[in-house]
Design a protein around this ligand. Structure first.
Ligand SMILES: Nc1ncnc2c1ncn2[C@@H]1O[C@H](COP(=O)(O)OP(=O)(O)OP(=O)(O)O)[C@@H](O)[C@H]1O
Ligand SMILES: [Mg+2]
Length: 607
């Protein structure tokens, strides 16, 4: 997906490179630095103090020389006191500087992290499902590390170095303004190498971030598939796959290191030229009485200190490029607009009977190309009744449920609940009205109680136990080592498939919603437990609109209405007896054991 888009974005990046970098930087400052301007100002102030103290060194050296020349004892004592005082003050400021700048950077990065996460939580289901989990994780972790480290370098060094350069320039002007002007005239040469390296850094950084995302995605995928890896002897396959990623990251990192390593030596060489030039000039300056030896040495000290600052500024600017590249990616994320959203005048859904109407619905998944998953689907699920959806795998049954919950919007037609289009009501009210047990069950690494309680966050202990009983889960829960307090592991890994399903069912039951959507909610249960659950559910689903997808005849038979789907279309509707008598798709499904039952063999339809 998006190879052409990626290529054109790449072209755009190259063309408007500097402009875009400046744009991102401006936006970044406005969004994240400006709101923390108070803290930034404090950090700046402390940094200014540090720079001022740094500037005091050469001055003290100048006076020390003069004092030594004159041979006065008093002056020397004062100078020693001054040196100790300046160093002590500088230590204190170094500490404050470190803490204040790091604090502001960390807080800023957390701001970004919270915003990005909150944005993703509000994103479409389709968007969240589009990227592998690891890619999303990497955007909220690795990318922010890039921003953090470069913001840290930038704020810490940029301010310090710029201020040092300003202060040292002032000192140099004070000592010997003619020589200073000559130095300043040649200094812009230093900018050229920094700029060209910066461009390269930004491009490499972007590729590194994408690659890190890919690696994180593969790692998460591999670890969550550890059972498969073990059972199929895929350890070497996994090692090879991940080693490719690791090597790729190493290569990119080395590219960035090589680019970055170029800046220091170039500036070092330029600095050497500047110092050599200044010394040659000095001979003539001192001879002509334009300066003294003390002034000259102070001047050289300042110049050397300044060339250090210029060098570290070069490093900052290349580091900033990495941060800007990560900031671009954060902005790409934040600029994505969800599609499935409330209309401006969205009203809460008013549920009466809870009738669901599918009015000529068609739908195609974005990733599914042109092939629609649902075509011209029309059906009325009467309020308070149970409707079963059956059909072969891939027929579009789960898609129907996704559309009712508005995880996706229909491409054509409409879905109405009690005559209200699901797209016209607020999402919160829509999803409050329905409880879903989906085909792939999601459980969090938390206690059993907490996992059931997710159905309704204000559920009481009694509600939770009642729901667990209704889902025939109570008995196995109390047998767990800590009962309802047992932590079930990531994805509920410490439970059996059937136990997981019953927890999911309990979670849906505790929600106590008027509409119940069950996608193979009891498929992993043995017939015995299934019957228990079905009996309990019969009680619970009375007067609730229930859409149930099932492969078990016993479940399907209980429904008020059975709908048979094939290839995204509705092909038959009726009761079990009616459909058997018709001897159509339903009867065929029964015969072909798609609708299976272990102890209740499907009754072959009479020809
Ligand atoms: N997220 C998706 N992106 C693209 N295509 C999808 C997606 N989910 C499902 N499909 C496609 O849509 C069609 C219907 O899938 P659906 O999950 O609704 O089938 P189903 O009837 O629930 O099948 P099963 O009984 O196996 O669960 C299938 O052809 C499937 O490949
Ligand atoms: Mg399905």
């Amino acid at each position: 997906m998006g190879e052409a888009a990626e290529a054109s974005a790449e072209k755009k990046r190259k063309r408007g490179f500097d402009a875009q970098a400046r744009g991102t930087l401006r936006r970044f400052i406005r969004d994240w630095i400006w709101p923390r301007r108070g803290e930034v100002a404090i950090a700046l102030l402390i940094t200014t103090g540090l720079a001022a103290l740094t500037g005091a060194y050469p001055l003290i050296i100048k006076y020390a020389f003069e004092a030594v020349e004159k041979g006065g004892n008093d002056a020397l004592i004062w100078i020693i006191i001054a040196i100790v005082a300046v160093t002590a003050a500088r230590s204190v400021f170094l500490y404050l500087h470190q803490v204040a700048t790091t604090r502001v950077v960390l807080r800023m990065v957390i701001d970004i992290q919270k915003r990005a996460f909150s944005h993703l939580m509000g994103a479409d289901y389709a968007r969240l499902a589009r990227d592998a989990t690891g890619h999303l994780v990497s955007r909220l972790t690795n990318d922010l590390n890039f921003i953090q480290s470069s913001a840290q370098t930038a704020i810490v060094s940029f301010i310090r170095d710029v201020l040092s350069i300003i202060v040292l320039t002032g000192v140099m002007l004070h000592l010997d303004w003619k020589m200073t002007l000559i130095v300043l005239a040649v200094s812009p040469i230093a900018i050229l190498p920094i700029r060209s390296v910066g461009r390269r850094m930004r491009a490499v950084a972007r590729r590194t971030q994408v690659e890190l995302g890919g690696t994180t995605a593969r790692l998460t995928e591999t670890f969550s598939g550890s059972r498969l890896i073990k059972a199929f002897n895929l350890e070497d396959y996994a090692r090879r796959r991940l080693n490719q990623n690791f090597d790729q990251i190493l290569a990119l990192r080395m590219k960035s290191v090589r680019a970055r390593a170029r800046v220091g030596p170039i500036l070092e060489a330029l600095g050497g030229l500047a110092v050599a030039g200044a010394i040659s000039l000095a001979y003539w300056r001192i001879a002509s009485g334009g300066t003294t030896v003390g002034d000259f040495i102070a001047f050289m000290t300042s110049l050397i200190l300044m060339s250090q600052s210029v060098r570290s500024l070069g490093a900052v600017s290349t580091a900033t490029m990495e941060g800007l590249s990560a900031a671009d990616r954060v902005y790409e994320l934040l600029d994505e607009k969800p599609v499935v959203i409330d209309k401006p005048d969205a009203q809460p859904l008013r549920v009466g009977q809870g009738a669901i109407t599918f009015d000529n619905v068609s739908f195609a998944y974005a990733a599914g190309g042109e092939i629609p998953a649902i075509r011209n689907f029309s059906l009325i699920v009467p309020g308070g009744k149970t409707v079963a959806l059956v059909g072969r795998s891939g027929a579009g049954k789960s898609t129907v449920i996704n559309l009712v919950a508005r995880l996706f919007d229909v491409s054509d037609g409409a879905i109405l609940i009690d005559s209200q289009d699901v797209r016209d009501v607020s999402l919160v009210s829509l999803r409050r009205a329905m409880a879903i047990v989906s085909q792939d069950i999601t459980l969090f690494d938390d206690t059993i109680r907490a996992n059931i309680g997710l159905g309704r966050l204000d559920a009481t202990e009694e509600d939770i136990i009642a729901a667990a009983k209704a889902a025939a889960a109570h008995d196995f829960i109390v047998e767990q080592p800590n009962g309802y307090d047992t932590v079930i592991g990531e994805g509920g890994l410490r439970l059996s498939g059937g136990q997981r399903q019953r927890l999911a069912l309990a979670r849906a039951i505790v929600k106590n919603a008027p509409i119940l959507l069950l996608d193979e909610a009891t498929s992993a249960l043995d017939t015995e437990s299934e019957r228990l659950v079905q009996d309990a559910l019969a009680q619970f689903t009375r007067n609730r609109t229930t859409l149930v997808i099932a492969h078990r005849l016993s479940t399907v038979q209980r429904a008020d209405l059975i709908c048979v789907m094939s290839d995204g279309q509705l092909v038959e509707v009726g009761t079990h007896a009616e459909l058997l008598a018709r001897d159509g798709d339903y009867a065929r499904l029964c015969r072909s054991q798609v609708l299976a039952d272990v102890d209740e063999a499907p009754q072959p339809a009479e020809p």
